[in-house]
Ligand binder design. Structure first.
Ligand code: KG4
Ligand code: ZN
Length: 336
């Protein structure tokens, strides 16, 4: 895509508790602002939907202004406005989608409604010279764990998914069991750095199931049952052992999906792809199998609007726009 001639897009992401706005020109990220509400929700041990939506309402306007300032463009230069359509919290999605529609109407420009999971899925390709390529994608976030065959933009085949908890959800629930602040994922990762991953033998659920599906709720239950039996709790060992069990299954299943499809590229995305052990073990396994590993930089792994802007510009360049009647969908799937 010739970057300098590409349309300028403003994208809004408010599917959960991050108020995020990005300005993109084709595959160039001109600005990506994220106002996190983590501190507000920490007091409740998780995201409270109504609190999230009220805060989006307050924060969105200044975050839009900050993104435009960062990109050094004025709102009148924007060629199209995009927002996350789903999946996510209905009351949060509504704020971003309504704002993008309002801007599109006000400025007389097109609107694009974007799938949040597709945003994560394609984020590892952002800024790569070749763009989106045939590959196997693993999306691991707080709400989703899925393995997808990527044939091209908009052409996806679901190969497997979790039967119960998402990988990030398992990290967050175990973090809560251990009394760590919300969200558990980054805190478990931090403590695990000092721990022994073989300290406790946790199950690698479904690792030999022969398909590409996952189950993490049994692992979480194993941690819950183990805790009262421990005379002394070695937090780093416990975190490292739990983390290792999650990572082993994710790596093994994704590599076997790559073998099954013959693809030589694996794209890992979503908040859990920030995990340093996950990155390390994926890199080792991919190098051994001579597969190219693509993982976005951490700021593009957790929820952000850059990934929404990227998908929006790929779709806009194919002539796609969305009607203003396009509704949000809290349960939107990647593949219908
Ligand atoms: O993609 P994301 O920001 O939001 C969703 O779409 O869900 O993912 C958030 C999830 C949370 O569960 C969080 O604990 C997890 O990503 N996460 C991590 C790490 N950083 C974020 N999990 C493990 N290790 C990390 N370093
Ligand atoms: Zn997400």
């Amino acid at each position: 895509m010739p970057t300098s001639n590409s349309p300028l897009l403003l994208a809004i992401e408010t599917s959960c508790d991050e108020t995020a706005v990005a300005v993109v020109r084709g595959s160039e990220l001109l600005a990506s602002e994220v106002a996190s509400q983590i501190k507000i929700h920490q007091a409740y041990g998780g995201v409270v939907p109504e609190v999230a939506s009220r805060n989006h309402l307050i924060t969105l306007r200044p975050v839009i202004d900050a993104a435009l300032a960062q990109a050094q463009v004025s709102i009148s230069e924007i060629d199209a406005f995009a927002a996350t359509r789903g999946p996510g919290l209905a009351t949060s999605l509504m704020i971003g989608a309504s704002a993008a529609k309002g801007l599109a109407v006000g400025m007389g420009k097109p609107f694009l409604a974007i799938n949040h999971i597709e945003g994560h899925l394609l984020s590892p390709f952002y800024g790569t010279p070749e763009g989106v390529r045939p590959s196997v994608g693993l999306v691991v976030s707080g709400g989703h764990t899925l393995v997808v065959e990527i044939r091209g933009v908009g052409h996806y085949r679901l190969m497997g998914q979790t039967h119960d908890d998402a990988a990030g959800e398992a990290f967050d629930k175990v973090g809560k069991l251990l009394g760590l602040p919300y969200p558990g994922g980054p805190n478990v990762n931090r403590l695990a750095r000092e721990g022994n991953p073989r300290g406790h033998a946790f199950p690698r659920s479904m690792i030999d199931s022969g398909d590409f599906n996952f189950s993490f709720s049994g692992l979480k239950t194993s941690v819950r049952y183990l805790l009262p039996k421990l005379e002394t709790l070695n937090l780093p060992d416990l975190c490292a052992s739990f983390q290792e069990a999650v990572v082993d299954v994710l790596v093994a299943k994704t590599l076997s999906a790559a073998r099954a499809t013959g693809h030589r590229v694996i794209a890992v995305s979503g908040g859990v792809s920030c995990n340093t052990r996950l990155r390390e073990k994926f890199q080792q396994a991919c190098s051994k199998a001579k597969i190219q590993l693509l993982v976005a930089e951490p700021s593009l792994c957790t929820d952000n609007a850059g990934m929404i802007g990227y998908v929006a510009s790929l779709r806009f360049s194919q002539g796609e726009t969305s009607p203003l009647t396009a509704d949000i969908d809290p349960n939107l799937k990647l593949v219908a």
